[in-house]
Ligand binder design. Structure first.
Ligand code: AR6
Length: 188
């Protein structure tokens, strides 16, 4: 389950929070984001948890949308998951897909664009690219939160963005980074 938010800020009416939990167990969110592979098939980490919980119909639906490229996102139904949609993002493989920061930022922007286009109010993200794809966690957290904060003022539909971290030390790092970046950007 999800613990209480370890960090929560609000910008332009959009709440951005970090919690500890499992991305496949976020029943109060309209969409969850998958740290996908290019073929949109089941994998390890987040993609394993999401496809296991959704069931085989998710991979069947996704097959028609594959392959996707680093930085891209696509949206599907949620099948056995307790959400309306899954947004699948292909993060950059660190050291291979360049420039990494721009591609990672594009994932977050494209995911939010899809959520807006579908009129969703809430989206839960994992820390894209920071597992098997090897993106250093602290750098990835800065890219993620600066992108989400910059986008907040353009959002019409999305009102709640949740970052879900599996590991307590990853949660601590993300909570600190969110508070730091929000503090640097306090003019809003
Ligand atoms: N809930 C929340 N966070 C999780 C969960 C979970 N259930 N499981 C892992 N994490 P990864 P990537 C964290 O490897 O780096 C897949 O196999 C994890 O600790 O899932 O984008 C795909 O098929 C890490 O911090 O995604 C791709 O081939 C973060 O989520 C490839 O791995 C992302 O880890 C994608 O690699």
């Amino acid at each position: 389950m999800t613990d209480a938010a370890a960090a929560s800020i609000t910008r332009h009416g959009v709440r951005i929070e970090c919690v500890r939990g499992d991305i496949a167990r976020q029943p109060d969110m309209d969409a969850v984001v998958n740290a996908a592979n290019a073929q949109l098939m089941p994998g390890g980490g987040v993609a394993g948890a999401i496809h296991r919980a959704a069931g085989p119909a998710l991979a069947e639906e996704c097959a028609a949308m594959a392959p996707i490229r680093p930085g891209e996102a696509v949206i599907s139904g949620a099948h056995g998951l307790p959400n309306r949609h899954v947004i699948h993002c292909l993060g950059p493989v660190y050291g291979t897909d360049k420039p990494e920061a721009a591609l990672l930022a594009a994932c977050y922007r494209n995911a939010l664009d899809l959520a807006e286009a579908h009129g969703l109010r809430s989206v839960a993200f994992p820390a894209l690219s920071t597992g098997i794809f090897g993106y250093p966690m602290a750098d990835a957290a800065r890219v993620a939160f600066s992108t989400l904060l910059a986008r907040a003022q353009n959002l019409q539909s999305v009102r709640h963005i949740r970052f879900v971290l599996f590991d307590p030390s990853d949660l601590e790092l993300h909570a600190r980074t969110l508070n730091d970046i929000a503090g640097e950007d306090d003019s809003t």
